[in-house]
Design a protein around this ligand. Structure first.
Ligand code: IPM
Ligand code: MG
Length: 370
């Protein structure tokens, strides 16, 4: 048995715990069938942490996250914690992890599996074969810019303020990830901003061009305004290979891209920091879907985004490419058999629960590994 590394599991709220349970089972599978073990810790984040520890992310949990080779994150949030101040909301736990671990590059792939081509709300001809990657800047921009806040400006009026801000270094480091990744895929990067109205967008565009000129001329670079990109994503999504964009536009465009694939319940993501002296990056893996409180605890959530997020961890943090391939292939094969959780259910298919979907995927992994 070899120990591949350490994992911190943070299931969080809503459907987080029930989809994380399926990851645990895949981790057990890896030990049993492949002799690959992980040192595992589990912690609280989001509303679960607020209830138990009075804060969306305890310092001790933050320390464990910094020390782990990879953090596997479920989802946070729910009606119970609405209305709290921004620092005390469940989301603050996730934002703290991103910021303090300096996870500036968020990789959000949108892939349409052949078996699900009819599950998309778009015409099959538009989405068939889609394979694009959104790289979202994750530690800057309006999410963290100062000044921010709500102030009283007298006469019963208030003023809310957030700041969109980017520096050369922040733009270069995320653009670099996009160019490097494009070289391993379709060799195309589309940089997305609003340089027609925002100085930070103009700087974004100019700095991406400067870096491209200097180091990445072999990669095809194009530029698009964020609103036009939102339109092109539903008009002709296959024109894109890698999209690189800021924190807020990336938040919105990645939800849109997720729906091209049929369900947001299908999409994994990886958030990566800068490589250290040994080339190792801090990393957090999470499904793009949220905590979905409306369906929590009913064993009907789609576990695939969470499982594929673990697959991204196998690939990006542990170089376990064969195991990641195995998991991804098992998911595709199971979808081909017509098994569907509620979110991707279609006429003539077999509806199944969260746990049965995971059971079936693991049985398929057994077959593939035999
Ligand atoms: C996401 C989510 C988060 C974000 C929320 C939960 C803070 O929507 O990861 O896309 O806005 O970044
Ligand atoms: Mg989002």
């Amino acid at each position: 048995m070899s120990v591949a590394g350490s994992l911190l599991l943070l299931p969080g709220d809503g459907i987080g715990p029930e989809v994380m349970r399926q990851v645990r089972r895949v981790i057990d599978w890896m030990a049993r069938r492949r002799g690959i073990e992980f040192a595992i810790e589990e912690g609280l984040v989001g509303g679960a942490a607020i209830d138990a520890q009075g804060t969306p992310l305890a310092d001790a949990t933050m320390e464990k996250a910094q020390a782990a080779d990879a953090v596997i994150f479920g989802a946070v949030g729910g009606a119970k914690w609405e209305g709290l101040g921004f620092d005390m909301r469940p989301e603050a736990g996730l934002l703290r992890l991103r910021k303090e671990m300096d996870l500036f590059a968020n990789l959000r792939p949108a892939v349409v599996f052949d078996a699900l081509v009819d599950a998309s709300t778009l015409k099959p001809d538009v989405v068939r074969g889609l394979d694009l990657m959104i790289i979202r800047e994750l530690t800057g921009g309006v999410y963290f810019g100062e000044p921010r806040g709500i102030s009283d400006i007298g006469k019963g009026q208030r003023r809310g303020i957030n700041t969109q801000v980017y520096t050369t270094a922040e733009i270069h480091r995320v653009a670099r990830v996009a160019f490097e990744l494009a070289r391993k895929r379709g060799n195309k990067v589309c940089s997305v901003e609003k340089h027609n109205v925002m100085e930070s967008g103009l700087l974004w565009k100019e700095e991406v061009i400067a870096l491209h000129q200097k180091e990445y001329q072999d990669v095809e670079l194009s530029h698009m305004l964020a609103d036009a990109c939102a339109m092109q994503l539903v008009r002709n999504p296959r024109q894109f290979d890698v999209i690189v964009t800021d924190n807020l536009f990336g938040d919105m465009l990645s939800d849109e891209a997720a729906m091209l694939t049929g369900s947001i319940g299908m999409l994994p993501s990886a958030s990566l920091g800068a490589p250290d002296a040994n080339g190792k990056r801090k990393a957090l893996y999470e499904p793009v879907h949220g905590s979905a409180p409306d369906i929590a605890g009913r064993d009907i959530a789609n576990p695939i985004a969470m499982l594929l997020s673990f697959g991204m961890a196998l690939r990006w943090s542990f170089d376990l490419h064969a195991e990641a391939d195995l998991l991804e292939r098992a998911v595709q094969n199971v979808l081909k058999t017509g098994m569907r959780t509620a979110d991707i259910m279609q006429p003539g298919m077999a509806r199944c629960s969260t746990s049965v979907m995971a059971d079936t995927i693991m049985r398929e992994m057994d077959k593939l590994a035999a």
